[in-house]
Design a protein around this ligand. Structure first.
Ligand code: NAI
Ligand code: MG
Length: 394
């Protein structure tokens, strides 16, 4: 069965890396065709909408997407770049990826962070006798993708009814005299259903892949209601998985433990913002943005993307030098998602072989500052890296 995949390159290096991932999918024999869909800055500037309705329709129809990256800017800067005919017409910029997650309820944001042996960017630590060791990192972060602090319920100068509702809470007293324009608030909203879903997905994954524990990374001692609900749901879901242990860490402490004993963590669950933080932190231990892949998975639709952005300073470089591995790993997640697990493994093994061999390396793996001169210093171009990966497919 030939699948149709919605291809959303977006902006900047999203346009560079997405076609590379498709080359790998073709080479591994994935039976699919790709339809292009518009997303990103140009569509904000020219249409006042970075996620046009036609793109939403394509996703509704085909249900599977690959996404590169988008450029986004703060509200006022974004408004200033709208084309003149669209200015002052009430258009407000929202990140199209956040909109896409909410629109299709892509609430399961999965971010695997696994080290490839031989990657010079892997985390190392000093041993007591002064030596160095490189613990293998194998963490998979399950980040709730639609709620929490990124749910979009926020105000500067909240309406009187909102202030009135807050006034029913004893803690409001400390703020009641603050003038509206001096008061900004973002609501951290968790629902039981979404907490249960992200916990259930994490436990199911842990069982399937042989992890012995699931770590809930929140802050229940302070955020008693929201983090507390996530913990409660984890303990409820755990009842169905008697062999899997629930651990709880606080996000702040987790940031410290991370560089002490990262190998002790496997499946991690967190709300939207803490999940964003903990997944970037783990990604830093396994090679950083050039290696950080993700999937945004809902009941109907799923979209796979690298976690990096559009890296505008590299978009004009010819030949391109950015690392396509994060995008290719995201495409491998798509293969897993549709049940082509053997092909997904082939892709990951091929990346592992290229990394281990160490002959073809992007500039980030060589720890070079990015720029046109990296090629003369021995870095491979984006397409050479893809070619090397394709060459290792077995
Ligand atoms: P970024 O991820 O685009 O780039 C930061 C730095 O990371 C780059 O300068 C580069 O040194 C490195 N980098 C990123 N991807 C790389 C790759 N594939 N290979 C090698 N090095 C890589 O983040 P930045 O500069 O903060 O944001 C640029 C734009 O991207 C902004 O407009 C931001 O809003 C947007 N953004 C979009 C995201 C998305 O589409 N999901 C996520 C993060 C940022
Ligand atoms: Mg992030």
């Amino acid at each position: 069965m030939t699948r149709t995949i919605v291809s959303m390159p977006g902006d900047g290096i999203g346009k560079t890396v997405l076609p590379e991932a498709i080359r790998v999918l073709d080479a591994v024999g994935f039976d699919a065709e790709y339809v292009h869909a518009d997303i990103g800055w140009d569509f904000w500037v020219n249409e006042g909408n970075p996620l046009p309705d036609r793109t939403i329709e394509l996703l509704k129809q085909h249900k599977l997407g690959l996404f590169g990256a988008i450029t986004s800017k703060p509200k006022n800067e974004a408004a200033a770049e709208l084309k003149p005919e669209l200015r002052d017409k009430g258009y407000v910029y929202f990140s199209p990826i956040v909109s896409m997650r909410q629109l299709f309820n892509l609430d399961l944001c999965v971010r695997p962070c696994r080290s490839f042996q031989g990657n010079p960017l892997n985390f190392i630590r000093r041993t007591a006798d002064g030596g160095v060791e490189e613990p293998p990192v194998d963490a998979v972060i399950f980040r709730q993708g639609t709620e929490g602090l990124y749910c979009g319920l926020e105000w500067t100068d909240p309406p009187a009814t909102v202030r009135g509702a807050l006034a029913t809470h004893p803690k409001w007293k400390a703020f009641e005299d603050v003038p509206g324009r001096d008061l900004a608030m973002s609501v951290r909203l968790f629902t039981r259903n979404a907490c249960r879903r992200i916990c259930a997905a994490a436990f199911a994954y842990a069982e399937k892949h042989g992890y012995s524990s699931v770590t809930i990374c929140e802050k229940p001692n302070v955020l008693r209601e929201t983090s507390g609900m996530m913990e409660e749901m984890a303990r409820e879901v755990q009842l169905d998985y008697p062999d899997i242990w629930v651990r709880s860490t606080n996000i702040d402490a987790q940031m410290m433990w991370l560089t002490k004993n990262p190998e002790d963590y496997g499946v991690i669950v967190a709300g939207n913002m803490f999940g964003d933080i903990v997944s970037d932190a783990f990604a830093g231990l396994v090679g950083g943005l050039g290696f950080a892949c993700s999937g945004n998975i809902g009941d109907e639709v799923a979209v796979f993307e690298p976690t990096h952005g559009s890296a505008p300073k590299y978009q004009e470089l010819d030949p391109p030098i950015v690392n396509p591995i994060a995008m290719i790993l995201s495409a491998a997640m798509l293969l897993d998602h549709v049940g082509d697990v053997a092909k997904a493994k082939q892709v990951r093994d091929a990346i592992g072989a290229v990394v281990a061999e160490g002959k073809v390396r992007p500039y980030d793996m060589m720890r070079l500052p990015g720029g046109p001169d990296v090629i003369s210093k021995g870095a491979a171009t984006t397409s050479e890296i893809t070619d090397a990966i394709i060459g290792k497919l077995v």
